[in-house]
Structure formats: structure tokens, C-alpha cells
Design a protein around this ligand. Structure first.
Ligand SMILES: [Zn+2]
Length: 344
């Protein structure tokens, strides 16, 4: 076990959790967009280990087991249901190993089931069973806490929370807020408040919205809900008109098959400075648990960490343009090159 648990760490200051493993590993060519199932955990485990290490090096205080969508329904659709338990147990082992290399917390993960329907009692039973088996494997692995994420029904989030709570684990519950809010008739602040009252340790939002359109909702949440709060946006430039990354359009390109989501979002990506801005603004709202979701790269995590006053190992290589051959100002640079900078 690490020295302090999640809640003790949050008492001391912000905690960062890198997410977005699906998108990053898809980009690297080890995971298929569409179904987005983390088969890589069994097929190429070293890729998962490496990304865990990169995120920890960049400042993630949490190593989240890559069990997103490693649930029974998804694996059944992929014809890999027999691999379900091994995929979960392996993902948990990979995350734990990296977390223990440093001083990171080791988190289990459950997510939107895509079978839950508010008016269908049978669907709730199926969703509960999916949560229970994944939470059981996480507890066997000795997780420090469990994240329930990217859930867009309040009632499904509550179900996930109940399963985590019954296991005795510390819980982080983050909601996925689409264009028209949650998929059942709760406002986001109301849902967060209810989850908190039901025993969630940390509540908030993750995925779907970029920094700007997540902050507006977090501001409402912060007025009604006691912290600690969580916010983990996608690093894309969502706007008042296009509030979520599924809705984003790209006027600079007409060769995309459908829409930029999910495989052509690169030109709409936030730079590291925008993520740093988000981190500071979110902290000012009292958001102590921060991260970046789908689309996150280690440079985003490092920028967030530095904006929150941390000094991760990767900061050893943070930009220093003073030594750039033409744009720098170091006395040892060749002056002709510095003059040439005006023509660059
Ligand atoms: Zn995401």
C-alpha cells in the first residue's frame, strides 16, 4: 500500500488521474476504434505497461487499470467472453505493477455498461452483475480505490456506486454529460449531490466535453456540491455550439468519412497550455481531482501537473526555448542564427 490513501492525498492538495487509454492505444495501432475493447491487455500487455509508465512519469498520481469496456457485454459482442476474467485480472496486475514502481495510487475501473435502461428492471440486473464481477476482481487485486466513469444515466451511476460501496472501496464517480445533459431527468449538479449523499467519496465529470464546456457545468456543480470534486475533460476544443467531442466539426478537412469523432480529432486538440489553463480554473472552483480523458497525451498530463504546482519526473524535460538555436537567448548561441530568427 502507498503511504496515503486517495482522501488523505486530496486533503493535502490536487490529485491527477490520467485517463484516455483507449484513444492513445488506438492511435498507436494496438486497439480497434468502434468497439473500443481493450484487447491489448491480453494481446500486447507491454503497450499498456508502457503507457501507464509514461503517464506516471508525466505526473499522474493514479494508475487506473485499463478495464474500461472490459465488461461482459462488450466481450460477448467481440466473441471473447471466455477472456473476460483474464482480461480484467491482467489489466489490474499491469496497473498495480506500475503504480508500485512509484508512489502512485492503483485504481480499479468500471464504466457505462451500454445495457442499462432506466425503465427496464432486467437491464439493471444485468448491469449490476457486470459491475459486481469487475469490482470483485478489482478488490481481489488490492486496489486503492475504484473509479466508476463515463456514465450518462444518474441511476446507472448510482448502481455502480452501490456496488463499489458494498465492496468497502473508496469511490470516484464521474458522469458523462452529452449535449442535452444526462440521459435520465436529473440535472448534473443534482445527480452529483445525490451520489455524494449516497456515499460517493468524489463526484464530478469525465470524458465527452472539452475543457471549456466542462468548466461551465463544473461551476454549477461546485455551487451545490461539497468537494472533493472531479473533472477530467477530453482535450478537444469544444464550444458552446459544439459542446461535446462527438459533435465537433472540422472546417479544415473534407475527407473525413463521417465526423471527426473519434478518429480525426487531431486538428481540434487542445495544446498543453490550454490544459494548464483548465487545471488552474478548475482548481479555483475547488476541483481537487483532475485528469484528462480520451485524447490525452503525456504532455497534457505534465502541463496539468505543473499548473497544479507539482514537479513530476518529466518536468526535467519541460520546454526551455532559451537554448533554441535561433529563437533562444543563451549567450553561447551563434548570433547570425538569432538574427535569422526574424526570417523564420
Ligand atoms: Zn474518455
Amino acid at each position: 500500500m502507498t503511504s496515503l490513501n486517495l482522501l488523505e492525498r486530496l486533503d493535502q492538495g490536487p490529485v491527477i488521474c490520467a485517463e484516455g487509454y483507449l484513444f492513445e492505444i488506438e492511435r498507436r495501432g494496438y486497439l480497434q476504434a468502434g468497439a473500443f475493447v481493450p484487447e491489448v491487455v491480453l494481446d500486447h500487455p507491454h503497450v499498456v505497461t508502457e503507457l501507464h509508465r509514461e503517464f506516471m512519469h508525466a505526473g499522474s498520481d493514479v494508475i487506473e487499470a485499463f478495464t474500461y469496456y472490459a465488461n461482459r457485454d462488450k466481450l460477448r459482442i467481440m466473441g471473447r467472453e471466455d477472456d473476460l476474467e483474464q482480461m480484467n485480472r491482467t489489466a489490474l496486475t499491469l496497473a498495480k505493477e506500475v503504480a508500485r514502481e512509484g508512489d502512485a495510487l492503483f485504481a480499479g475501473n468500471i464504466c457505462n455498461t451500454n445495457v442499462f435502461l432506466p425503465d427496464d428492471a432486467d437491464s439493471k440486473k444485468v448491469a449490476r452483475a457486470m459491475f459486481e464481477e469487475q469490482v470483485g476482481w478489482a478488490m481481489d487485486a488490492g486496489v486503492d480505490f475504484i473509479i466508476a466513469e463515463t456514465i450518462s444515466f444518474y441511476e446507472e451511476a448510482l448502481l455502480a456506486l452501490e456496488v463499489i460501496r458494498d465492496s468497502g472501496a473508496i469511490s470516484v464517480v464521474t458522469l458523462a454529460v452529452h449535449r442535452e445533459g444526462l440521459r435520465d431527468d436529473y440535472t448534473v449538479p443534482e445527480a452529483c449531490k445525490r451520489l455524494k449523499d449516497a456515499g460517493a467519496d468524489v463526484v464530478g465529470m469525465n470524458c465527452i466535453r472539452g475543457p471549456n464546456t466542462m468548466l461551465t457545468v463544473m461551476e454549477e456543480i461546485s455551487k451545490e456540491v461539497e468537494g472533493p470534486l472531479a473533472a477530467l475533460p477530453v482535450p478537444y476544443r469544444t464550444t458552446e455550439k459544439e459542446v461535446n467531442f462527438q459533435a465537433l466539426t472540422d472546417s479544415g478537412c473534407d475527407c473525413i468519412p463521417d465526423r471527426p469523432f473519434p478518429t480525426a480529432l487531431e486538428p481540434l486538440t487542445c495544446n498543453r497550455y490550454e490544459i494548464a489553463e483548465f487545471a488552474k480554473k478548475a482548481l479555483a472552483l475547488g476541483v481537487q481531482y483532475q485528469g484528462v480523458c480520451c485524447g490525452a497525451g503525456p504532455h497534457h498530463i505534465r502541463a496539468m501537473a505543473e499548473a497544479l504546482g507539482k514537479n513530476p519526473p518529466a518536468s526535467r524535460y519541460s520546454p526551455d526555448m532559451s537554448k533554441h538555436y535561433a529563437l533562444g537567448n543563451d549567450a553561447r548561441l551563434v548570433k547570425e542564427n538569432i538574427e535569422f530568427a526574424e526570417k523564420m
